[in-house]
Design a protein around this ligand. Structure first.
Ligand code: F0G
Length: 464
């Protein structure tokens, strides 16, 4: 099966192909990003997406149980015997009318896809299982990533769960939430705290991986993105294989948006869907390179030749002014998204838009998502805050069908949540106030009650 899969430069003008087992993840000719590509004509492609429903009856086969690998005909780069799975992708896509009402949509139109249900609590596991499968194919013994916390948690749990490789994680010093740091430590990854931020750590890990021959699992690795395509297959599955009008997703390193675009491009090219949905990518205002380049500087895919001068000038401006990404949504605190060209391609093909939302908007949206019955971390709430903005602008209609991706679990970052709901002004100020958050419109304050039966009964009657 694997001789039908290879890697290929994403730029059509170059199109250089690279063998499947290469681990440099960079075009040797032009330095561009690589796709995993397939010779679909020689592969058994299903004629309808309904085909995948047959897998549901066979949950004792780990490959059919996995929410990634039950779609393996659509990411066919490894034989079944080589697939590394720990049971990822058991997520749900739930209709959410309360959150829909909050953003100004009519009932029955907004679905939230909860990727917090993955083994490590974030969407990253969809990609990590695919990267580990590739790493197994090439015989890697060590794997590394730079991370704002979720990739490192995922890498650590796959190392522990598969026993395939030793994990090394690079994190920006003081830039990771305790929930995520605890995962890297508990799952026994070598954890290096670098004096710097994510962008610094990513540059370093690429250098170190090259030098020591360590397998890199950041989303510059195209196999990660193959696994993340399945997030969209599950969205379609939940909608009875109907294509929604919009997908809304937070943007950090732009791995997800790139993977979603590739998923829909392939499905459309294979004749499995009639049209792709539109994609909205949401940045944090404190880390909004993609928003600036796409919406303000007009940078586009441009047939595979995005305006490198504009991009270079923008990044140089960031460097020269010493600007660092800065948002409470630490997961997407990224100013130099490595997948920028792939994300431009995705938005081109899907008719995309980019928006930015403030920490205040994300935290308010997060509280509403929680009150609606799904718990996510601040970065994930960018989805709902951005959707609200797009509905207000009239870009997304109140009757359109939308799938918003909630990328990670509430418990990833309890500090932000407690600070939002606290009645202690110091806790609020230390975490949120000093970062510019002013209102806590949807705070659910704990009620202080003496240890006295009468008082407790009174409090319940008063508040519940
Ligand atoms: N949401 C969460 C919870 C994330 O952890 C990330 C990225 C994103 C959104 C952005 O996704 O990079 O595909 O655009 N976290 C990375 C990490 C960078 O290191 O865990 P993207």
């Amino acid at each position: 099966m694997t001789d039908h899969a290879f890697q290929r430069c994403i730029h059509p003008q170059c199109g250089t192909t690279v063998e499947l087992t290469s681990t440099t993840f960079q075009c040797p000719k032009c330095g561009g990003l690589l796709d995993v590509a397939y010779d679909w004509n020689r592969l058994p492609v299903p004629t309808s997406l309904k085909h995948f429903e047959s897998k549901w009856t066979d949950r004792t086969n780990p490959l059919n149980f996995s929410g990634v690998w039950r779609f393996r005909e659509l990411l066919p780069f490894a034989p079944d015997s080589k697939i590394m799975t720990i049971g990822e992708g058991q997520t749900l896509t739930r209709l959410s009318d309360t959150v829909g009402a909050y953003v100004g949509m009519r009932p029955g139109r907004l679905y939230l896809q909860y990727e917090g249900m993955n083994p490590s609590g974030s969407f990253k596991d969809n990609g990590m299982t695919a990267a580990f499968t590739h790493a197994g194919l090439v015989g890697a013994r060590r794997a590394a990533c730079a991370s704002t916390g979720n990739t490192s948690a995922s890498l650590a749990i796959y190392c522990a769960g598969t026993n395939l490789m030793r994990g090394v994680v690079f994190i920006g010093s003081g830039k990771i939430s305790y929930g995520k740091l605890s995962q890297a430590l508990e799952h026994a990854a070598l954890t290096l705290q670098i004096a710097g931020d994510f962008d610094d750590a990513l540059r370093r890990v690429q250098e170190v991986s090259r030098q020591l021959g360590i397998y890199l699992v950041n989303s510059v690795n195209p196999f990660r993105l193959e696994g993340q395509k399945t997030i969209m297959y599950r969205a379609l599955e939940a909608l009875g294989w109907e294509v929604p009008d919009w997908i809304v997703v937070p943007g950090g390193n732009l791995g997800n948006s790139s993977a979603f675009g590739k998923a829909f491009m392939e499905l459309a090219d294979l004749g499995l869907i009639a049209r792709p949905p539109r994609i909205a990518v949401i940045n944090a205002t404190g880390a909004d390179t993609f928003y600036q380049l796409y919406e303000k500087h007009g940078v586009r895919w441009n047939g595979g030749a995005p305006d490198g001068k504009k991009v270079g000038a923008y990044l140089k401006m960031l460097d020269d002014s010493g600007a660092k990404a800065d948002t409470l949504a630490s997961a997407i605190e990224i100013n130099r998204p490595v997948n920028l060209p792939k994300a431009l391609r995705a938005l081109e093909r899907c008719g995309g838009v980019v928006r930015e939302v403030t920490d205040q908007e994300m935290l308010d949206a997060k509280a509403k998502i929680g009150a609606g019955g799904l718990g996510c971390e601040p970065a994930s709430a960018a989805t709902v805050a951005g959707l609200m903005k797009l509905v207000k602008e009239g870009i997304i209609g109140p009757d359109e069908r939308v799938v918003g991706v909630l990328t990670a679990h509430l418990l990833k970052d309890p500090t932000a949540t407690v600070a939002y709901h606290t009645s202690d002004p110091k806790t609020f100020e230390d975490v949120l106030g000093k970062r510019g958050v002013k209102r806590v419109a949807f705070a659910n304050r704990a009620v202080q009650v003496p240890n006295d039966l009468e008082e407790i009964l009174k409090a319940i009657e008063l508040y519940a």
